[in-house]
Design a protein around this ligand. Sequence first.
Ligand code: ASP
Length: 338
Amino acid sequence: MKNLLFVIIVLCLSCSDSASDKSKTEQVVKEFLPVIALHGGAGDLKGLNLTPAEEQQYLIVMDSALHVGYQILVNGGSSLDAVESVIKIMEDSPLFNAGRGAVFSHEGKNELDAAIMNGRNQDCAAVAGVTIVKNPIQLVRHIMDSSRFVFLSGEGAEQYATDYKIPTVDPSYFFTQKRWDQYQEALKEDKEKLDHSPSSEKKMGTVGCVALDRYGNLAAGTSTGGITNKKYGRIGDSPVIGAGTYADNDGVAVSCTGRGEDFIKVAAAHEINSLVKYKKKSLKDAVEKTLKEIVSKKGRGGCIVLDQKGNYYLGFTTSGMFRGVIDAQGNKLVKIYE
Ligand code: ASP
């Protein structure tokens, strides 16, 4: 196995000093080389006309988030811990459409969605439409670890956060002038254009992370504010397990970004997992095939995918995707455009 660092044969001797005691327990521990990848959303990023200084800001946040996640993995932390920490950093940055930098809904609110999944046992949790939870990724981690629920929404999810002392904030915490201006623009365009008009799609900026830890466990997480000017309590793919987020040690960990409706229709993350797990497709082929289906529905976006061997693929159909990876050899890549 390519990513198998070494095999340690641990011989656990019985405590007995008896010479006749030959009973030895042989335990084989496989150790994997950690890998971590993230995205900060896909879309018409060339159309954003970012200045070099602005590009640098995105690259710096992605770079430092990757390093934090990688250090957790290298130090023996779990892929879930790495995913949660990376996404928390991106949620705290006003640059991305998640947590602090979330877009505004039609009602002028920041309605946040998130999901997390454990590839080892398919434990998972998600929240949708929360407006006061500082870090939705922290909330879903708690729900997954400590409750019998998988998917909570709105006020109920917020009540859960309050009950379990997950940090909450005044909704004004999520206000950023940039997102407000985008919202005003979308409100105006709404007169003649649908929410998913190309200009709205420029604003994708969901964040996601996939990780492989030293024990061979995959994890995936995604966090988003959704789409600018979304209406009627609309929920996208990000918190829908199997659509925007999925993890399976026997397949892949996936986090998607793009117009969520289309990713839900094709159950994108689960589809990619199935193509790899059952059809033995390469990660690239599985992602490309699934994205092709999404494009055929007039959708667009991207996915980051990682398997237990440390193979990864970062694919997208747009002019860019904020993305980064530290691979099994410790090589780092952080990019915005093709
Ligand atoms: N997938 C997200 C949604 O539809 C949006 C995005 O990725 O930018 O809510």
